[in-house]
Design a protein around this ligand. Structure first.
Ligand code: C2G
Length: 130
């Protein structure tokens, strides 16, 4: 069984997130998502609209997401890769190069981001409506 892992906040879940997860899942047979906790988001200078529990609920409802684990730190990726026997780490190419060090433990793939959509863009468009 080929396991794939990816990480993110996945706030205001949108088609850019879904396309990333779909492509990630197609790179193996089992997809693990490391979901940033509310506390870790603060370290990422992010404040998500939805809580960790609600973001987790959405991801766990996706039938091709096999496991959702909390992402609590930048450093946990190597431990996770070893713990779950991950073959491939996947993330959007906005992170290109940042996780090349994981090549020592598994394949590292940066996938093109979906243009024209982001949680930030959604928030701005809604606030502009007011
Ligand atoms: N993404 C995408 N296209 C978009 C928006 C996001 O492909 N239009 C991808 C991102 O590249 C990332 C994933 O969807 O791979 C989740 O995006 P975010 O929730 O913004 O994740 P981020 O804050 O970048 O967290 O340790 C890694 C970090 O936790 C990544």
């Amino acid at each position: 069984m080929k396991k794939v892992i990816t990480y993110g906040t996945f706030d205001l879940f949108h088609y850019g997130h879904m396309k990333l997860l779909e492509r990630a899942r197609c790179l193996g047979d089992y997809l693990i998502v490391g979901l940033s906790t509310d506390e870790f988001n603060l370290q990422k200078q992010k404040k998500s609209h939805h809580s960790y529990e609600h973001r987790k609920l959405i991801l766990e409802t996706i039938d091709f997401v096999n496991l959702v684990i909390p992402e609590k730190s930048w450093e946990q990726k190597v431990t996770d890769i070893k713990k779950y026997g991950v073959d491939t780490f996947v993330i959007g190419d906005d992170w290109k190069g940042k996780f090349d060090y994981l090549n020592e433990y598994c394949k590292v793939i940066y996938l093109p981001r979906t243009e024209g959509i982001s949680s930030t863009k959604i928030k701005k468009e809604i606030s502009d409506l007011k």
